[in-house]
Write a protein that binds this ligand. Structure first.
Ligand code: SAH
Length: 254
């Protein structure tokens, strides 16, 4: 068996599994996850891994058998309950694939509750591969040690998103043209004045059309926010707005 990786990981490998976990249950690990543990991490029997089920929480498990294409791990100790995820939705027009996957990974790391792709007039991506998006989100959650996965919504049009918006949720609309208009209070002040469940709405590379801008501003829960005088790329705007919201209302401080 080739040598183990030179970098002994400070933390144990973490995997999200589909089935609910409980102490003393045996978990069958197959497919890419088995390949990763066996061939990349060079794991051996009796070594430990962390397992999450996105339902009950995070457990330490011990590998009890390693086959060519599958491993079995025995769940032994519960470490953490599934976390309470800060109640922020990121509703963004999908952008070019690699940037979109980057944005989704950052949103996961920053702790969003839901990622909602929004189709707008200038959206250049017309289909999201749900299974690929889920794989990116799971990988990000395993790396950043979330015990809950972000919810992933189907792509919806802007109008559907506005029509179905919950009454109890603020809709912070990142409007790059806001600073041209009348004086507005900054995002931080808007956040301070509007605690509670929220969503961020970010446009595509080409921005929202005038019609869309008007429709969003007409929504009763919409709060237009500026992210400064410069035009940010969509992924920068999404990341920045998410981080600012998290710093105010997220779980970054106990
Ligand atoms: N239409 C713009 C580009 C849009 S940037 C242009 O003139 O080229 C993509 C999205 O990022 C925008 O739709 C908006 O939601 C957000 N965004 C970018 N810069 C912003 C800013 N300074 N303030 C608020 N939102 C911003």
């Amino acid at each position: 068996m080739p040598a183990k990786p030179a970098w002994p990981p400070k933390s144990l490998s973490r995997l999200f599994v589909e089935e609910p976990l409980r102490i003393d249950s045996d978990i069958l690990i197959t497919g890419p996850q088995a390949h990763y543990l066996r061939n990349v991490m060079r794991m051996a029997e009796a070594e430990s891994i962390m397992l999450c089920d996105d339902l009950t929480g995070e457990y330490r498990a011990t590998i009890t058998s390693i086959g060519k294409r599958q491993l079995i791990a025995r769940v032994e100790q519960k470490y953490r309950n599934r976390e309470v995820v800060p109640d922020l939705w990121l509703c963004a027009a999908p952008i070019k694939k690699d940037r979109w996957y980057w944005l989704v990974e950052k949103a996961c790391e920053l702790g969003v509750k839901r990622i909602q792709p929004v189709r707008t007039e200038r959206t250049i991506i017309d289909r999201i591969k749900p299974e690929k998006l889920r794989a990116h989100v799971i990988e990000a959650a395993e790396q950043c040690e979330r015990t809950a996965l972000p919810e992933l919504s189907e792509m919806a049009s802007l109008q559907q998103t506005l029509d179905n918006w919950p009454d109890d949720r603020h809709l912070f609309f990142a409007d790059e043209r806001l600073h041209e208009g009348e004086h507005q209070s900054g995002f931080a002040e808007q956040l301070h004045n509007h605690p509670g469940p929220a969503g961020l709405l970010i446009g595509p590379e080409g921005g929202f059309s005038d019609t869309e801008n008007a429709a969003i501003n007409a929504h009763p829960r919409a709060i237009a926010i500026s992210l400064g005088p410069r035009i940010l790329r969509a992924e920068t705007a999404a990341l920045t707005a998410t981080a600012i919201w998290m710093a105010h209302h997220g779980d970054w401080v106990e």
